[in-house]
Design a protein around this ligand. Structure first.
Ligand code: CP
Length: 319
């Protein structure tokens, strides 16, 4: 870890991806590479003696387990409420404001996933220790954007100049929102939003991209963009967040947003296919293709999440 970059600037909490400057991103990517490039049993215990609490009011596989693994691999310890909606005192009516003022005495940082937009920000306002937003309703998922961009950096060696397509339920998906906020920091990037009318990207993100001089446009079928972009970022329909009538309206047009073996042939050889996962039926590729085709990057992306989160934890915990 001799190449590990020292912190040039400090975050107190991470609640939205706009907080991640290009300088900090570069530092976190460099440190994540450092963790990734050595055997796990050689990683120094950089957060030994520290405790991370994970408070998850919504389900998760990747985010919670990669954060917990990251903390353990850095020599720290973990306490968790993996189903905090039912098995923490939230079920008795305790507010996030009260919960955080208890948990911040038990842990040195708190990772929160919550079903309400703004919940992590409310917790961060009161917390004595760093709060990390692991997804807040339809709001943001900044550490997903961190690992998404880290993956792009590793796959292409740069972010500037790349053409992105974001496909699927862009109205409810928090990962695409956080990723757009990060892309606004780069040069000569373009984004094509591919969604049915009911799931179009919201205006606040389009206005943000305009302010940051990021070109964007919209299409209504995945085949219209597959041959023209470098990064195809697919997302699932967020069934848990949308109205039943919107889900019904989606059924007749859903094939326009599915990547399969047939339209995979349109994807450029250098392009990369990303997805925050879990994927459902928006990717219909056989396991053999997923395992062999270098354009399929979503499992590498999930793996990168461990190292990106290690870098973030080390940043937040070592003041
Ligand atoms: N991408 C992501 O947030 O996955 P999980 O819901 O499994 O944490």
């Amino acid at each position: 870890m001799s190449e590990r970059k020292q912190h040039l600037e400090r975050l107190q909490h991470l609640v939205e991806s706009q907080q991640l400057s290009k300088t900090l991103l570069s530092e976190l990517f460099s440190n994540a590479d450092g963790f990734q490039n050595q055997p796990v049993d050689k990683i120094p215990p950089l957060v030994r003696g520290k405790v991370m609490a994970t408070l998850f009011y919504e389900p998760s596989t990747r985010t919670r387990m990669s954060f917990e693994s990251a903390m353990l691999r850095l020599g720290g310890q973990v306490i968790t409420s993996e189903n905090a909606r039912d098995f923490s005192s939230a079920i008795k009516g305790e507010t996030i404001e009260d919960t955080i003022r208890i948990v911040d005495d038990y842990a040195d940082c708190v990772v929160i996933r919550h079903y309400e937009e703004g919940a992590a920000a409310r917790a961060a306002k009161l917390s004595k220790v760093p709060v990390i937003n692991a997804g807040d309703g339809k709001g943001q998922h900044p550490t997903q954007a961190l690992l998404d961009l880290y993956t792009v950096q590793r796959e292409f060696g740069h972010v500037d100049g790349l053409r992105f397509a974001m496909v699927g339920d862009l109205a409810s998906g928090r990962t695409v929102r956080s990723l757009c906020y990060l892309l606004g920091k780069f040069k000569d990037v373009s984004v094509t939003f591919v969604a049915p009318d009911i799931f179009r990207m919201k205006e606040d993100i389009k206005e943000y991209l305009d302010r940051h001089k990021i070109r964007w446009d919209e299409k209504s079928a995945i085949n219209q963009v597959l041959g023209d972009v470098d990064v195809i970022y697919l997302t699932r329909v967020q069934k848990e967040r949308i109205k039943p009538e919107d889900l019904k309206a989606y059924q007749p047009v859903k094939d326009n947003f599915i990547l399969n073996q047939e339209n995979l042939q349109l994807v450029r050889p250098e392009a990369r296919i990303l997805h925050p996962l879990p994927k459902v039926d928006e990717i219909a590729l056989p396991v053999e293709v997923e395992n062999k085709d270098p354009r399929v990057a979503y499992f590498r992306q999930a793996s990168n999440g461990l190292y990106a989160r290690m870098a973030l934890l080390e940043h937040l915990l070592n003041k």
